[in-house]
Structures are given as C-alpha cells and as structure tokens.
Design a protein around this ligand. Structure first.
Ligand SMILES: Nc1ncnc2c1ncn2[C@@H]1O[C@H](COP(=O)(O)OP(=O)(O)OP(=O)(O)O)[C@@H](O)[C@H]1O
Ligand SMILES: [Mg+2]
Length: 219
C-alpha cells in the first residue's frame, strides 16, 4: 500500500509524521519503504542521523520517484512530499492508496488544505481512482481553553470526502527532540503523551497492524 503524507502548507509535520509512521511499522516487522520526494530532504536527513546513531530498525530512504511505479507487494510505502517539487507531489498523489493530511489549527491551514484537496480531486478525476483521504490536526495547543483546534476540526468535517481522524497530535517538544536524534517519539520516551497520541494516530492510519510490542508502549 502507498501512503502519501502531504499538504500544501509548510511545517505542518509531514516529514515528522512520515518518519514516525515508518519506524512504527518497522518495529512491527512490516517491510517499509520510505520515499522522500521533497527536495528539502528532511526524511533523508533524519534517516542518516538514525544510521549514524546505529538505531534499529534502520530506515532506508529512497529519493527516486520512478520507484512509485515499481513498488508493490507486501511493502508499506510511505511518501513524504512537499510543494518544492509539485510534479513529484502530483505523481505520488496519483499513485496513492491513501493520503494523510496533517493540518495545523489555523484558518490559513484550513484554506490551503481545501486547495490541496481540490488538487487531489482533479488528479483522481483525470485518472479515475479514489484514494482514502484522511486529515487530522497536528500541533494542537495543549491548553484546552484555546478553541482553534476544535474550530479547525469542525472546518475539516465540512470538507466532503475527507475522513477527519478523531485523534490529534499536540504541540510537544518531544516530537522535535526525538526527530533531531533520529528517533521516533515512542522510542525516545515510550508512554509519554506524545507517544500515546502518536500510537492513536498510527492505529487510525494502519488499522490492520497490531501495534507496538508491549515494551515500546510503557513509560
Ligand atoms: N506535534 C508537534 N509538536 C511539536 N513539534 C512538531 C510537531 N510536529 C512537527 N513538529 C516540528 O515542527 C517542525 C516542522 O515539522 P516537519 O519538518 O515535519 O514539517 P513539514 O510539513 O515536513 O515541513 P516542510 O513543509 O518544510 O517539509 C519540525 O521541527 C518538527 O519537529
Ligand atoms: Mg518536510
């Protein structure tokens, strides 16, 4: 299955989420192929740090877009796309079985998500297929008094054909710290709030997988 993580807006967490999902699946023995189609190459960089730190399982990141047409079989393919290479982004969207759209809780992010969904629809119509489209809020404020997250979720609910995942990732330093060390958030601190939120997200995106081994779930 090919899962593309994308959105038009920068900094919504595409690379962070692609990386964490890839490691989450790899810990369950799934054969993962990570494809970095963003010239910024964040996914490639984090995988290099991981290799330097000799962290297992290793993540092999490919940058060759033509692999999209040859990859298949029992692998889970995770693709990180950005707007710096629109052609690669559209190519990946045209091959996707599912598209995961991280959205930051702001009006500007909602607008760009609407545009992104329109682009996906145009691609779908031109090639006659329909991937699963999922959106969720990343970088939610941890202060429950801030209403932007709920408002952004309500706006996502209004987008037709989109499955708004009933889980969010909050703005937590653990995501930044773990990424800079080449680690998934649940590896750096199993059981931390960020890890618990991430596991909920991963289960929604890959419902058929059993989840992490018990040692990786506890604090
Ligand atoms: N939930 C979160 N909490 C805290 N920091 C986060 C969270 N999600 C992402 N970040 C951090 O925000 C920054 C941007 O994330 P990331 O690079 O994954 O976004 P992106 O969408 O891939 O950006 P770009 O559009 O530039 O490719 C990174 O430093 C990342 O660690
Ligand atoms: Mg990125």
């Amino acid at each position: 299955m090919i899962t593309v993580v994308g959105n038009l807006k920068g900094g919504t967490g595409k690379s962070t989420i692609t990386f964490n999902l890839a490691i989450w699946l790899a810990h369950q023995g799934v054969h993962v192929i990570a494809l970095d189609l963003d010239p910024q190459a964040t996914l490639t960089d984090v995988a290099e740090i991981r290799a330097e730190e000799a962290l297992q399982p290793l993540l092999h990141v490919q940058q060759n877009r033509s692999l999209l047409h040859t990859l298949a079989g029992n692998s889970e393919v995770l693709v990180d796309v950005g707007t710096a290479d629109i052609d690669a982004m559209c190519l990946a969207l045209g091959c996707a079985d599912q598209v995961l759209i991280p959205v930051a809780p702001s009006q500007a992010d909602i607008w760009s998500t609407q545009r992104f969904v329109r682009i996906i629809r145009e691609i779908d119509e031109s090639i006659g297929r329909q991937p699963r489209l999922m959106a969720f809020i990343n970088r939610a404020d941890t202060n429950p008094a801030i209403s932007e997250t709920a408002e952004a979720e309500a706006a996502l609910d209004l987008l037709p054909g989109i499955e708004r995942l009933d889980t969010r990732l909050s703005q937590r330093t653990d995501f930044r710290r773990s990424l800079s060390e080449g680690m998934a958030v649940f590896e750096m601190e199993p059981g931390c709030k960020a890890a618990v939120e991430f596991a909920q997200l991963a289960h929604r995106v890959f419902p058929a997988t059993p989840g992490l081994p018990p040692a990786m779930r506890q604090g």
